[in-house]
Design a protein around this ligand. Structure first.
Ligand SMILES: [Fe+2]
Ligand SMILES: [Fe+2]
Length: 267
């Protein structure tokens, strides 16, 4: 199966200066067109948070208008730019979202089990899971120890060297690492938030961060602690699962590049 992970679309209303700078709504429409028509068409799409930019109902309204353009099921996760209460209210048809409490959920019915975690702290840029959610995660992972699992969450559970973004990181990353280190059936932890492609091994599991469909964060490491954005091209992650070879992740651009050369048949 193929799973597309798109992240940090930061939708705004067209009148905002932010929209004039990044044009996030048109870029998400372009992403929908791209995955629909791709030769590697995904079965499912996960949007891993920062769905809108300033958590306003008008922004979720714009997003509501775009989502039907995806021709496959789309699952939503909250990021720090989202309002979980509003998100739930604006997407009542997304009935996998719990009706109260944190927006944690499980997607079943596929060769992989998907566990989605809500790292949102209302009104704050940092993320947090807490004991209750970590216990729930531990129980979900223990339920079927031989079933392959992928975990989605907005805030990555590690420090990156992008100092300004690290200050907006997951507050209880060590507790999360402790839980996942006890389970051998996790095939990947997949995050957003950092608007770049970044990987690190945590507790024996590869954690990957998905770039943004809107704009990327400037690569400034260590003491270069200013925060900037770039117009590097919109990207997403395509996760390819086979029983035989496991989960392989590819970065793809939201753009159709011309094929330069091709060879058919036996190599
Ligand atoms: Fe973001
Ligand atoms: Fe974020």
């Amino acid at each position: 199966m193929l799973i597309a992970q798109l992240s940090d679309c930061h939708i705004t209303i067209p009148e905002e200066d932010f929209a004039k700078l990044y044009n996030p709504a048109d870029k998400l429409r372009e992403a929908a067109r791209h995955v629909n028509n791709s030769v590697n068409r995904p079965d499912l799409v996960f949007l891993t948070g920062d769905l809108v930019n300033t958590a306003k109902a008008e922004e979720y309204e714009v997003l509501r208008g775009i989502l039907p353009e995806f021709e496959m099921p789309v699952y939503l996760l909250p990021g720090n730019h989202d309002d979980c209460t509003l998100l739930r209210e604006m997407f009542p048809d997304h009935d996998y979202l719990p009706t109260d409490g944190k927006l944690n959920y499980v997607v079943e019915g596929w060769p992989l089990k998907f566990i989605c975690l809500d790292t949102n702290i209302h009104g704050k840029p940092q993320g947090h899971l807490g004991h209750e959610q970590l216990n729930w995660l531990d129980q979900e992972l223990t339920r079927e120890t031989d079933r392959p699992v992928v975990i989605f969450m907005h805030h990555p559970p590690f420090k990156t060297g992008l100092t300004s973004m690290d200050e907006m990181g997951l507050l209880d990353m060590d507790d999360f690492a402790e839980v996942i280190s006890r389970h051998k059936n996790i095939k990947r932890v997949l995050c957003g938030h950092l608007h770049r492609s970044i990987q690190k091994l945590i507790g024996g599991t590869l954690v990957q961060v998905c770039p943004s469909t809107s704009h990327q964060i400037r690569l400034l490491l260590a003491e270069n602690n200013e925060l900037g954005t770039t117009f590097e091209p919109p990207e997403y992650l395509l996760h390819y699962w086979t029983e035989k070879d496991g989960l392989v992740t590819h970065n793809d651009y939201v753009k159709d590049y011309k094929v330069a050369w091709t060879l058919k048949g036996e190599m």
